[in-house]
Design a protein around this ligand. Sequence first.
Ligand code: URA
Length: 241
Amino acid sequence: MAYSRLDKLVAQAAGIPRAEARRAILGGRVTLDGQVCRRPDQKAEESAQLSLGGRPLRWEEHVYLMLNKPAGVLSASRDGRQPTVVDLVRGEYPRRELFPAGRLDKDSTGFVLLTDDGPLAHALLSPRRHVEKIYQVTLDLPANEQMCRGFAEGVTLADGQKMLPARLEIDPEAPCRATVVLHQGVYHQIKRMFGVYGAGVVTLHRSAIGPVALDGALAPGQSRQLTAQELEQLRNAVGEK
Ligand code: URA
């Protein structure tokens, strides 16, 4: 049987920060197997019956976290040498086998979905499901109409791989800035697509996955659980009910 501290279980189950869970416990708003428990460090089974403010909390089958990935962190679960996106949340979810649903390069920033729901992650990444990934880029030279046409037709990379059609929207105020919308995730895809036109990517930030935008309140390195509505939007985007 797996045991955890009560404050950790309540934070996970309610999708609230640990400090808030601790305050709720100290304030007598949490029950553990039917009894009020005011000790945040109380060890409890993960399957224990919890309630917060009279509302039952269930151990959810899966966790879905929106992370604002900082630069310098690997999109991986574990790495022997370098910090990973999962390392950023492991303390809060020690018993979950979380992984990033889709990778951003080490120097890229923005929305990474961390989950332990393999089928949903797989569906979000499948090019057949056409779930948009939206990126904000800055380039070392102005983007142009030739690039827009090429992206729309499907860029052929230097190694001969043909990419699916993508959207490139140039910022009219600052043409070194652009929005790129992809439906697939090939290694270094955006950098290689611009590379075909001799342009270098200076910064790359993922701002949305399908209909769900990165929460602007999350500083780099911060994460939060998806709301029920965001999760439903992602499920709808991949055609799941
Ligand atoms: N394309 C890239 O080149 N890098 C990323 O991190 C994401 C998309």
